[in-house]
Ligand binder design. Structure first.
Ligand SMILES: Nc1ncnc2c1ncn2[C@@H]1O[C@H](COP(=O)(O)OP(=O)(O)OP(=O)(O)O)[C@@H](O)[C@H]1O
Ligand code: SF4
Ligand SMILES: [Mg+2]
Length: 375
């Protein structure tokens, strides 16, 4: 199937693993990804100690800052060409804020985001726009993220208004039709409106728009959450095909560990603005060591009745605390059944626990990280 003209070259080496880490304090050293033997090239994206604080203010005339919502708090990870990092966590844990930071819709409060070595948090104006051409977003809800008054052609071609160099005016219609074809839509439907498409087709339109500038990285913020289960698989399969075809790197965000399982090379479990545990799929799903990951996995639906009977559901008490006033020490301690006095006094670093071996030896931000088969 043809790609967007001049688009990224097809990936040649298939999936590779990426590293993801979050030091528990801003001063903790980042955990860089080890270059794999198959791909010694530096990561496409290097995120270090990334933080976004939204100030809380009081006063009508004279505004006084009374605190801050720590939406994303010292998150670090690397992403290599052709990889997928799945980011999972409950509502309000900072997933969308992280996504907006990565694509430049928000400026970080602290930390760096390096795209091919260049710190985009320090760029502005034309230089920033040029870099952000390479990092595009696919939004959660295909029903609200597409302007109902614009044709599909205008929606998919909209990025060319900001980056006219990507497709000269005379070529745009053809470029958009190619994109529609690439995502499995009929190029003849270029003049239709979003309401004339199903949910899955609308998300394909959003994906085509995300591909228009031939990015290297796509940040997909819950791209299938609003879709029926049967359609979810089609969209995930499409994203996988596009990844293989164009060597795209994905940050794929979801609420649910089962959604990212199939597509992710590595998974980062997020809680209250930080990564709690990171690892490859088998490490996270078969050898989870952080109590939060274990609780999330215990809630994942299991089709096999025998396996379902043998497992224990871990019910977490209470709600996620406010990111404006996170618990001291370990942020998960107010809901953790394993919490001890040390957990309130000392924030656990995201590091590989020295006592753990095999699949359990991966980064976990828990003082008492321990393997517990959840599914
Ligand atoms: N512009 C803002 N101003 C103040 N607080 C904000 C802002 N945007 C997000 N927040 C807060 O930051 C925290 C993280 O929000 P975010 O939308 O990133 O979470 P999320 O993980 O994407 O949640 P969901 O799964 O519901 O989409 C929340 O407490 C939210 O209320
Ligand atoms: S550090 Fe303590 S509170 Fe935090 S996850 Fe581990 S056991 Fe639970
Ligand atoms: Mg969100």
């Amino acid at each position: 199937m043809p790609g967007p003209e001049g688009g990224p070259a097809p990936a040649t080496s298939g999936r590779r693993s990426c590293m993801a880490s979050t030091p528990s304090t801003p001063s903790a050293p980042p955990v860089p990804s080890a270059p794999s033997a198959a791909d010694p090239a530096p990561p496409v994206l290097e995120v270090r100690d990334l933080a976004k604080l939204y100030p809380l203010t009081r006063g009508a005339l004279v505004k006084r800052q009374t605190g801050a919502v720590r939406a994303v708090d010292t998150v670090s990870f690397d992403l290599r060409r052709g990889e997928t990092l799945g980011v999972v966590g409950e509502s309000g844990c900072g997933k969308s804020t992280l996504a907006r930071l990565l694509v430049g819709l928000e400026r970080p409060t602290a930390g760096s985001i390096r795209y091919r070595g260049e710190d985009i948090a320090r760029l502005s104006g034309r230089a920033l726009r040029a870099v952000h051409r390479n990092i595009q977003m696919v939004f959660q809800d295909p029903y609200t993220s597409l302007n109902p008054r614009m044709t599909v052609g205008d929606i998919v071609g909209e990025p060319y208004e900001i980056h006219p160099e990507a497709a000269p005016k005379g070529d745009r219609r053809r470029a958009v039709q190619e994109l529609l074809d690439v995502v499995g839509l009929n190029p003849e439907h270029i003049n239709r409106y979003p309401h004339q498409f199903s949910g899955g087709q609308r998300q394909r339109i959003g994906i085509a728009r995300g591909l228009a500038l031939r990015p290297e990285v796509i940040v997909a913020d819950e791209p299938v959450s609003a879709l029926d289960v049967s359609v979810q698989a089609q969209v995930v399969n499409l994203l996988e095909r596009l990844q293989d075809e164009f060597g795209l790197a994905y940050v794929f965000i979801a609420h649910d560990l089962s959604v990212v399982r199939h597509i992710s090379d590595r998974v980062a479990v997020m809680y209250l603005g930080r990564f709690a545990e990171t690892g490859t799929g088998p490490e996270i799903y078969d050898h989870p060591t952080h109590p939060y990951t274990q609780a999330l996995l215990s809630a994942v639906p299991v089709p096999d009745p025998e396996a379902r009977e043998g497992r224990t559901r871990i019910l977490l008490p209470g709600d996620v605390p406010s990111p404006a006033d996170p618990p001291t020490g370990c942020r998960f301690r107010t809901r953790c059944w394993r919490a001890e006095a040390r957990c309130a006094a000392e924030a656990p670093a995201l590091a590989v626990p020295t006592a753990l071996t095999g699949g359990a030896a991966h980064p976990s931000a828990c003082h008492f990280a321990e393997e517990r088969a959840a599914v």
